[in-house]
Design a protein around this ligand. Structure first.
Ligand SMILES: [Zn+2]
Length: 246
């Protein structure tokens, strides 16, 4: 990097920003090349940025490491970047205490777009999620189920707020709020649609939405996304961007 780039880079706080900056810088250097070359250049930049962070953490005084890690690994952080940093530190023979700091900085859950392999289908923006904590608890893998349930409910019971669209006992927990009570016909339709959705959720991985052959009463995960090695992964509520996992 030239001096200007270095100054810019040093002002970026998070690992995610630094990785993107260096990747883009490498990409710009080969803009006229074919797609494979450009992709390789970006990956090289990412790898360089991660190697730089690993080296900086190794060189930092012990008491500076924890605060530094907290800043570098704050949102937006992709799980893949964390894995790469961890790998790089292991290659450098980082002390266990440093690896522990990096590990414990990882939040207990992530947004779907921070986790490779998670279902990336966005929640239907017409879902009116009440601004409760439950609004950010929808498992990423169940978004297609929730979106379909929402479409059916709008058709059968009309406009409504969604109070919960989360996981309880390994299955979807969904409840709504209406301005007036449901009629008998609406109640029947509501029960039929939610029961279908709950049954579907018992067979769908909470992370990727893939098929789960053995329903579980704790968490519903496929073989590729076991808990706790894979954290909880949630859908971003439509139009809502809180500070992120903490
Ligand atoms: Zn899965």
């Amino acid at each position: 990097m030239d001096d200007y780039d270095t100054v810019e880079y040093e002002h970026l706080h998070t690992l995610s920003e630094r990785v993107h900056s260096l990747g883009t810088s490498r990409l710009f250097a080969v803009l006229g090349a074919d797609e494979a070359t450009r992709a390789a250049a970006y990956r090289t930049g990412v790898a360089e940025a991660i190697a730089r962070e690993a080296a900086a953490l190794m060189a930092a005084p012990a008491e500076r490491r924890a605060p530094l890690v907290r800043v570098r690994l704050s949102e937006p952080l992709h799980q893949d970047l964390l894995d790469q940093l961890d790998h790089e530190l292991q290659l450098l023979d980082a002390p266990t205490a440093l690896l522990d700091i990096v590990c414990s900085a990882a939040p207990s859950w992530r947004w779907a777009d921070q986790h490779p392999g998670a279902c990336q289908t966005p929640l239907d923006p017409t879902i009116d999620l009440a601004q409760s904590s439950a609004g950010r608890d929808t498992p990423a893998g169940w978004v297609p189920i929730v979106n379909e349930l929402h479409r059916g409910l709008v058709a059968e019971i009309g406009p409504h707020h969604v109070l919960r669209a989360d996981q309880k006992a390994g299955r979807l927990r969904y409840s709504v709020l209406r301005d007036r009570p449901l009629t008998d016909n609406e109640r029947v339709a509501y029960q039929r649609l939610t029961e279908l959705a709950v049954a579907a959720s018992r067979r769908a991985c909470e992370v990727c939405g893939g098929e789960v052959s053995e329903p579980n009463t704790f968490l519903t995960r496929c073989a590729e996304h076991p808990f706790p090695s894979v954290t909880h992964v949630r859908a971003r509520p439509p139009g809502w961007r809180p500070d992120g996992p903490s």
